[in-house]
Design a protein around this ligand. Structure first.
Ligand code: ARG
Length: 459
């Protein structure tokens, strides 16, 4: 067993269990590329400031490049005994280039090092996730365009409420995702601040140039307070909150897809590759993918709560508790990326059963509000109109027919102001077309909204 880098003042080695318990290399190896980037920028700054020599810098660069290759080619010998990604890399660097490797950690601590690595990791993750959101938004827009005129029942309380166009319904999810992308973009500003230079907690006595490191690593600025820089993980919690909101939105859409493809609704079909069968019931085609999205939303929420709880009782500055931030964070990123990828593909393959959707809207007296509005236009106060239409609905229910199937004499029994022009508004098409203002469900509005949406995600 090789000596721990920090073992100078210890009388006995840690037990094997403690070693395993305290090690993080089993998961934080994922930060290796960012750790190398951070180390290179730090070394460049140390050399420029005259803290290490030019030949030390050359050795460090050569060593880190080789380590990068070894990791890339799966030849790197990760050791639990070397605790974490940082010490594994430093150990190998020293084996490769000797004293120069030992000088790399001058004016640095693993505390500012790991905070930097996570920020670089989350910055890349945010950018990737934003572009995955864009791809899903594209898929939604394509489907919405095909269904700008397709009528479905809009629901409140899961009861048929008013007819809407399917395109309009899909655009609601576009809007949610739009805010999700904005939130990530905004959080990125707070992620993109450089901790390096904070060292363990108090800063360092070497003449460092933090701005230069920030520039090389393309950070927007430096963390202003060394204690804060090494200890807070609020940027990671914020990222997890953004992730939880995205998953919550996709979980709602999943719930709808599941309902819509159940035989009782029969509104849509998902491509076979997103479903599985039952091992006992031959007729089944189960919506596994949306169900798993709904299920995985629970675990993403869990990660958010885990990080909040991890942080809430930590005194300043760094505590080892923070090592526990990584697994929830990594799993959040991986789950979210997979979910967004699968969703974009899945939405492209949604087949819509327009007839069934239309029938469902007809069955629910979805144009009752339109009839009330019609009476109001004829001069009746809205509350009276509401009461009259409720009676009309009851009559249609007794006859088991749609409102538009009642005859004019039948309708006139409820109010003398009703004329033959009522039938234009009792149809589903008339109803959606009349909601022709920005934000409304009329097909013309949906088409305009799609145009606007397209330019908002490509600009
Ligand atoms: N593996 C540690 C983490 O993830 C790195 C920082 C360790 N710092 C320390 N003082 N033990 O947070």
């Amino acid at each position: 067993q090789d000596k721990k880098k920090w073992s100078g003042r210890f009388n006995e080695p840690v037990s094997e269990l403690v070693e395993r318990y305290t090690a993080s290399v089993g998961f934080d190896y994922k930060l290796a590329e960012y750790d190398i980037q951070g180390s290179l920028a730090h070394a460049h700054m140390l050399a420029a400031a005259g803290i290490i020599s030019g030949s030390d810098l050359a050795d460090i660069e050569r060593g880190l490049e080789q380590i990068r290759d070894e990791i890339h080619n799966h030849q790197f010998d990760w050791q639990v005994a070397r605790e974490d990604v940082h010490l594994n890399i430093e150990h190998r660097l020293t084996a490769l280039v000797g004293d120069a490797g030992k000088r790399l950690h001058t004016a640095r601590s693993r505390n500012d090092q790991v905070a930097t690595d996570i920020r670089l990791y989350l910055r890349a993750a945010s950018d990737e996730i934003i572009s995955l959101i864009r791809a899903l938004q594209q898929a939604l827009l394509e489907l919405a365009e095909q269904h700008a005129d397709t009528i479905m029942p809009g629901f409140t309380h899961l009861q048929v409420a008013q007819p809407v166009t399917f395109g309009h319904h899909l655009l609601a999810y576009f809007e949610m995702l739009q805010r999700d992308a904005q939130r990530l973009q905004d959080g990125r500003k707070r992620i993109n601040q450089l901790p390096l230079g904070a060292a363990a907690l108090a800063g360092t006595s070497y003449p460092i140039d933090r701005e230069a490191v920030a520039r090389e690593l393309e950070f927007d600025g430096i963390c202003r307070n060394s204690l804060d820089a090494v200890s807070d993980r609020d940027f990671a919690i914020e990222f997890c909150a953004c992730a939880a909101l995205i998953m919550m939105h996709l979980s709602r859409l999943s719930e709808e897809l599941i309902l819509w493809m159940s035989p009782s609704f029969g509104f849509i079909e998902l491509a076979d590759r997103f479903c599985t069968g039952s091992s006992i019931m031959p007729q089944k085609k189960n919506p596994d993918v949306p169900e798993l999205v709904r299920g995985k939303t629970g675990r993403i929420n869990g990660h958010l709560v885990a990080l909040l709880t991890l942080m809430k009782s930590q005194p300043l500055a760094y505590n080892k508790d923070n090592q526990e931030d990584k697994e929830p964070l990594f799993d959040t990123v991986d789950t979210l990326k997979d979910t967004l990828r699968i969703y974009a593909d899945m939405m492209t393959g949604v087949k819509v059963n327009q007839t069934t959707m239309r029938q469902a809207a007809l069955r629910g007296y979805a144009t009752a509000t339109d009839l009330a509005d019609y009476l109001v236009r004829k001069g009746m106060p809205f509350r009276d109109a509401h009461e009259i239409v409720a009676k009309v609905v009851r009559a249609a229910e007794d006859k088991q027919c749609d409102l538009s199937a009642l005859s004019l004499p039948e309708l006139k029994q409820f109010s003398a102001v009703i004329e033959a022009d009522v039938f234009a508004i009792l149809t589903l098409e008339g109803s959606v077309q009349s909601r022709n203002h920005s934000g409304g469900t009329a097909p013309a509005q949906v088409r305009q909204a799609i145009e606007r949406a397209r330019s908002s995600i490509t600009e």
